[in-house]
Design a protein around this ligand. Structure first.
Ligand code: MG
Length: 249
């Protein structure tokens, strides 16, 4: 589907006549940082050690779940019973260790351009992540030129219900002082896309990992793109189409 067509559908669905975003809400893992392959590798390592058969690619589909929920899926499939609290604790601890042992995750190609497009249009960027991982959060200022002010970040510590509940994106909108129809959400995971879409945002699904084509549209994305470079171009186009941008041009 073309961008214009997906915007028209969004406007009709929300009974509004224009999309003029004040804020763009970005997920972190798999959107701003190319960190998902490291998470998948760490999970696969835990499974190998624990005698659980798993495919590294499957962890891209679980992104956004709590560690305990992912461990429960794996244990049920392998052993036909739920995971114990002790298994959840020890396997998740091990996963965190295996993640930390890997080299630093690079900034996602095109992410700085996409965040730059928001600033150039006079809108604000907001972080909406389920992660509480200090090693990436601490790098945001340096890597994104201060675009994610501390009071415009939603992390694991700011919400009671994580994605796919709409709460994280709704909290992000509140931090930006924007209504749902004044925001655009950018997420790479099915559960994240569902969260943004349920919050009422125009939702860009960016398929930066090995998910099946169309899986982000199925999760509720208004449009599915394949890279953050494409996302930058889409954001530029959205802002160009916005009435304010036209008058300022
Ligand atoms: Mg993500």
């Amino acid at each position: 589907m073309k961008l214009e067509e997906s915007i028209t559908k969004y406007l009709e669905r929300n009974r509004i006549d224009r999309l003029a975003p004040k804020a763009v809400l970005f997920d972190m893992d798999g959107v701003l940082y190319d960190s998902m392959p490291r998470h998948a590798k760490a999970w696969k390592g835990v499974c190998d050690e624990a005698g659980i058969e798993a495919d590294a690619d499957e962890f891209f589909a679980y992104e956004g779940r709590t560690g305990a929920s992912t461990i429960d899926i794996l244990i049920r499939r392998q052993f036909g019973r739920g995971a114990t609290e002790e298994e959840c604790r020890s396997l998740y601890k091990r996963k965190t260790e295996l993640f930390a042992e890997q080299p630093k995750a690079p900034v996602m190609h095109g992410a700085q351009g996409a965040v730059g497009a928001v600033a150039r249009a006079g809108a604000v960027s907001v972080l909406v992540t389920g992660s509480g991982q200090g090693s990436l959060l601490e790098r945001l200022d340096d890597d994104f030129g201060g675009a994610f002010a501390k009071d415009r970040r939603v992390t694991a510590y700011d919400v009671r219900r994580g994605k796919p509940d709409p709460e994280p994106y709704l909290v992000g909108l509140a931090k930006a002082g924007a209504m749902p129809t004044e925001g655009v959400g950018v997420d790479n995971a099915p559960l994240g896309v569902e969260s943004a879409s349920r919050a009422g945002l125009f939702t860009i699904g960016v398929r930066t990992g090995p998910l099946k084509p169309g899986s982000l549209l199925e999760a509720g994305a208004d449009i599915e793109l394949e890279s953050m470079e494409e996302c930058e171009r889409a954001l530029e186009r959205i802002f160009r189409l916005a009435p304010e941008a036209q008058t300022n041009a």
